[in-house]
Design a binder for this molecule. Sequence first.
Ligand code: ADP
Ligand code: MG
Length: 380
Amino acid sequence: MRVDFNVPLDGSKKITDDKRIVESLPSIKKIMENGGRLILMSHLGRPKGKVNSDYSLAPVALRLAELLDCPVTMAKECIGTEVMQQVLALQDGEVMLLENLRFHPEEEANDPDFSRELASLGEVYVNDAFGTAHRAHASTEGITHYVQTAVAGFLIERELLYLGKALQEPERPFVAILGGSKISGKIDVLENLFKKVDTVLIGGAMVFTFFKAQGYEIGNSLVEESKIELALKILAEAKAKGIKLLLPTDVILTAEISATADCHAEMITAIPEGMIGVDIGPLTIEAYRNEILSARTVLWNGPMGIFEIDNFAAGTMAVANAMAEATAKGATTIIGGGDSAAAVAKAGLAQEMTHISTGGGASLEFLEGKELPGIAALND
Ligand code: ADP
Ligand code: MG
């Protein structure tokens, strides 16, 4: 089973957040409880194809043993005769963890021989690592060519259920909230969502490219000059398709991006030269909140402002709160994107959302409508 055990480690190789291990437990326990002999594999960090003990998965094996309350055999390698001997010694219901796949350059190169060696260790392949499913690597895609049965685990199943349903048959009204730093990073998501959404709420830095396109003064706010035409095209397309696309009516302005800088709200028609837009304003928060609360499906990707700085986080926190309220009212609420998930965690609302995607890049590519090779390769 391919899992995502790419956990953060501190200097003394202590795991600082075991969320990814904990989230993998349902699939792991299912196999062990059914008497399977479980071989787990993962990458950790970026060892760049070389053995590097700083990136050993040994601390993960120890933590997993604690969580499962049973021994976890740690292999010194991920392929080879010694690993094969350890595999053959496994009893029903026992579990072992292979060493970091990325100690071998063949993993990311999707090398067929390496894939075949990994496949030779087992009979059934399970992929439960959504975060790497958008990459065709030996342990995600290559291996499926050398096993009969290749299936998704519970984590991937859940991602496909929620992200997939939103894209295919969302309960309406379907509201998408898009923010973050760049239009260029979200344009493909926006285009794909245009096929299904009723309403789009725009926040983050990309609003200033829209405002500039509409002829407003935007001061020193972030702008993508090369995307101004695209912004106009998006506005026209929304209109033609009858999609309600909302832009902020007011924003939070500051003279400098720092934790101690002053800031205040201003209408978007009155942004002075030199000022920087860093969040959506209170009128916009109210309008967006109302849209979110009237939705049956809400999909959020990209913070509304520079939420890493508390003074510029109100818009992002308000969206998180409104989504939590919407969930309580029975709406399906979905978060995609690493920074958006971090913002929800910061708001202490992670438990109040229907689904928070575990894969930053993978969820983005999925929302863009791209096929994820690690998922396309599975039988079921
Ligand atoms: P996600 O990871 O959820 O997909 P992105 O990576 O696209 O989100 O965007 C997150 C980043 O966007 C955050 O670091 C945030 O500071 C930045 N951001 C949001 N609004 C602004 C803004 N007005 N100006 C500059 N950066 C912004
Ligand atoms: Mg991000």
